[in-house]
Design a protein around this ligand. Structure first.
Ligand SMILES: [Mg+2]
Length: 174
């Protein structure tokens, strides 16, 4: 199996409805922070995002942020949402995901990892043995490291598309 291959491709994280997650037996959503949950120019998130977090909470579906960023930065970013988080996750390594799985005694079969990058988020998900959900980045950024990552992403995505033509964007889980 290709380690970059997402299980699902969903346009936005808040299109993952509690109903669809329940139907698939998913009880925990691990999510990347930057460009997946929030955009750098909108740290408070959108009303849709806040509603999504609320909806999942109502259904007892946990949302845990798994970010490569440092503790202070992630804490500050997620505080307003009341979400649990793991920082310095070292994606594409499995360090962060496995730390969260161990700490919370999660079942990997009922856990998914959502992120906007194939080479970090999806690779970490596949290597850790949880299903990955790729989302479109909320916004393009100018940071050099992001630009470099996008460059690699372009080639990885192109080869994935060639190999798995069935991989297309969906609005919702199916
Ligand atoms: Mg990201």
């Amino acid at each position: 199996m290709n380690i970059f291959k997402p299980t699902w491709m969903i346009e936005k994280i808040y299109n993952l409805s509690a109903k669809d997650l329940n139907q698939k037996g998913i009880t925990t959503v691990l999510t990347d922070l930057d460009n997946t949950l929030i955009a750098w120019n909108n740290p408070d998130g959108t009303p849709e995002l806040r509603q999504w977090i609320e909806d999942l909470k109502q259904e007892n579906i946990r949302v845990i942020v798994v970010s490569n960023n440092n503790h202070a930065r992630v804490k500050k970013a997620v505080e307003g949402f009341g979400l649990e988080f793991d920082s310095r996750a070292l994606k594409p390594l499995t360090v962060g995901i496995n730390r969260v799985v161990r700490k919370n005694k999660l079942d990997k079969n009922s856990t998914i990892m959502v992120g906007d990058q194939l080479i970090t988020d999806m690779a970490a998900a596949n290597l850790a043995g949880v299903r990955g959900v790729l989302v479109k980045p909320l916004i393009e950024t100018d940071a050099w490291n992001t630009k470099f990552n996008r460059f690699l992403e372009f080639f990885v995505k192109r080869s994935l598309k060639k190999k798995y033509p069935e991989l297309v964007w969906h609005k919702e889980l199916q």
